[in-house]
Design a protein. Structure first.
Length: 97
């Protein structure tokens, strides 16, 4: 008859929280902390200035975004390529100095 070796298995004691709860803390899959960056699709829309409409991509910018999407194997329209082209566009308008 085989015997079980129960002395070899040690359990770590559970830490008590401030509320006295002894359950082990599970890692959270939601990373919505104030320090963590949110993905663009998880952010709220920015507040628009009164009387100003959001800027849209021109036809040449749209074609550039479509080309980027096709090279990466993504369907167009998509947020990733549109944002990349819009960022490039806004970066060109800034003056240095």
């Amino acid at each position: 008859m085989a015997t079980k070796n129960t002395a070899a298995v040690k359990k770590s004691p559970a830490k008590k929280s401030a509320s006295g709860n002894t359950k082990a803390k599970k890692p959270s899959s939601n990373t919505s902390t104030s320090k963590a960056k949110k993905a663009p699709w998880d952010k709220e829309n920015p507040k628009q200035a009164k009387g100003k409409a959001p800027k849209k991509l021109s036809t040449s910018e749209k074609s550039e975004a479509k080309t980027r999407a096709k090279k990466a194997g993504r369907p167009y329209p998509n947020l990733v390529d549109n944002m990349a082209v819009a960022k490039k566009k806004s970066g060109n308008k800034k003056k240095s100095g």
